[in-house]
Design a protein around this ligand. Structure first.
Ligand code: NOJ
Length: 556
């Protein structure tokens, strides 16, 4: 068997640049900070870094409001720093994935500034969605669409003479005007941007809000049961076919879609052979800590990926969701973008135990896996940030009813016993852009290194074994086979003899005799796997006779 293409089984680390490592002491992470920590990432055992947007940006939405797609935010460094990082990553065996934001740009982008300066009907405005308002004075938005961040999806412009002008569409914040993808200039521009970065050695593109780019040009009102006029429209796929053609002109480059869609059939369409390589698995992330429901999501995921011929991806956390240590420590362990609930009490010890178990479950599944920076340290959601420090537009646009996403974006603790915990240099001019909890002194990289019971050492070992075991890393398409297990327990094999057991039940589970323990997420007692604990076993005694044609996820 030859090895699979790298992206089918990669362990990919989401690096949230402003919160990773601050080399120049301004309280904001930067690319020289990342460069200095590349040995940490290499030793962790990851295969690729996905960088959150690193472009110049007024940061109205933490960089997802891009002012220039071909440059680096001066707060992060320079294009030379990015080039050096890409090249140096490669010397460590780490590939680079960047975040492209094609649905919208910043209101400071030169195209949008030109559009504002141009009169209604001008070509500069046709790259966006400008429309006159309704009502006698035009003071009612062109339609009733709502922004995903709260409030109307339209903002009115002011003409140079100070009179109110046309409105423009923004599905996110007003500082993020939506591009009009029916305009050929927009399409040509983004294909050129892809080439710009592929030419610099970037290995993959994470496509932000990937299902939202095209809109029904009639901009209709949305009635109950109507198909969305601005999400997952059939014509969005033409864009990705063109992008795939660009990627195919290079070697080993991948397109990864950020797509939140409930309908697996619609979802799978993005994975057709001439579109994206992989998509994020949000049903898995949102799933509660419940064996039956997880099994259903795993089976569903594998079935539709197998049909598409694409590898599954597995993700527990990212920069948009509550950290899973906290989620798993609540009474309701599920997650929904529309219901972050910081009023539920959190049992951090329980959440941490489950997060450890979830890490082994996740890393044993067929496909690639995403880690969000800090999950390897067991960081929790910081729910008590002072309101005046919060930056997320969701917090501001919902009047604080939604706590937003700042709590998962707090800068990493590296070393020492007090903030900034080595995130910034000792003589830093400014504190970290979001305050770190003092309790994180126990979770620094320094504190966890060499502690065999730490989350960091668990991740290091799991990633090392995942890479070394052919059935996991090298041949990520090796099927998984469920074994019979009591309610609340998940048991499956990968390849011949490698077995993962996750005990989500309330009772200890007896492990199969004569199996060697490769790695356990918690202490085992007398051959019993305690609740909320997972283990990787080798079972030389029970080779699986796998009939030809057995599909991933197929049951015994
Ligand atoms: C998805 C990104 O992950 C999120 O952080 C951002 O706010 C929206 N897309 C808008 O770009």
């Amino acid at each position: 068997m030859t090895s699979s293409p790298w992206w089918r089984g990669a362990a990919i680390y989401e690096l949230y640049v402003q919160s990773f490592a601050d080399a120049d002491g301004d309280g904001i992470g930067d690319l020289p900070g990342v460069r200095a920590r590349l040995p940490y990432l290499a030793a962790l055992g990851i295969d690729a870094i996905w960088f959150s947007p690193w472009y110049p940006s007024p940061r109205s939405d933490a960089g997802y409001d891009v002012a220039d797609y071909r440059s680096i935010d001066p707060a992060f460094g320079t294009l030379d720093d990015a080039d050096a990082l890409i090249a140096e990553g490669h010397t460590h065996g780490i590939r680079t994935i960047i975040d492209i934001v094609p649905n919208h740009c910043s209101d400071q982008h030169q195209w949008f500034q030109a559009a504002l300066a141009a009169p209604p009907g001008a070509a500069e405005r046709a790259r966006f969605w400008f429309r006159p308002g309704r009502g006698p004075g035009g003071d009612i938005p062109p339609n009733g669409w709502q922004s995903i961040f709260g409030g109307p999806a339209w903002t009115r412009t002011t003409a140079p003479d100070g009179t109110p002008g046309e409105w423009y569409l923004h599905l996110f914040a007003p500082e993020q005007p939506d591009f009009n993808w029916a305009n050929p200039e927009v399409r040509a521009e983004f294909e050129a941007i892809l080439r710009f970065w592929f030419d610099r050695g970037v290995d993959g593109i994470r496509i932000d809000s990937a299902a939202m780019l095209t809109k029904d040009p009639r901009l209709p009102e949305i009635g109950p049961g109507d198909p969305s006029p601005h999400a997952d429209r059939d014509d969005v796929h033409d864009i990705y076919r063109a992008w795939r053609a660009v990627a195919e002109q290079y070697s080993g480059r991948v397109l990864i879609g950020e797509i939140w869609l409930a309908d697996a059939t619609r979802f799978a369409r993005y994975l057709r052979p001439d579109e994206m390589h992989t998509v994020f698995n949000f049903p898995y992330l949102c799933c509660p800590w419940d064996a039956a429901q997880l099994r259903e999501v795993i089976d569903g995921t594998l079935a539709f990926h197998a049909a598409a011929g694409a590898p599954a991806t597995w993700v527990l956390s990212n920069h948009d969701v509550d950290r899973h240590v906290s989620r798993y420590g609540r009474a309701d362990t599920s997650f929904g973008l529309d219901r972050r609930d910081h009023s539920q009490p959190v049992d951090l010890a329980l959440g941490t135990r489950r997060a450890r178990a979830a890490a082994l479950l996740t890393m044993a599944l067929p496909g690639s896996v995403y880690l969000y920076q800090g999950e390897e340290l067991g960081l929790w959601e910081v729910e008590d940030l002072p309101d005046d420090k919060r930056q997320d537009p969701i917090w501001h646009r919902t009047g604080g009813t939604d706590p937003g996403r700042d709590g998962c974006r707090v800068p990493l603790p590296w070393a020492g016993s007090e903030p900034p915990f080595g995130f910034s240099p000792p003589d830093a001019a400014k504190p970290p852009w979001l305050p770190q909890p003092v309790q994180w002194r126990e979770l620094t990289v320094e504190a966890q290194t060499s502690d065999p019971e730490s989350m960091l050492e668990l991740y290091r070992q799991a990633l090392r074994i995942r890479r070394a075991e052919a059935a996991l890393g090298e041949h990520p398409d090796t099927p998984m086979t469920w074994r019979p297990a009591p309610d609340g327990v998940l048991v499956f094999d990968r390849g011949d003899g490698l077995c993962c057991v996750a005990n989500l039940s309330a009772a200890p589970f007896p492990l199969p005799g004569r199996a060697a323990v490769l790695l356990a997420s918690g202490p085992l007692a007398d051959g019993l796997l305690p609740p909320d604990t997972s283990v990787w076993l080798r079972r030389p005694d029970v080779p699986l006779a796998r009939p030809p044609g057995r599909r991933p996820g197929q049951h015994e």
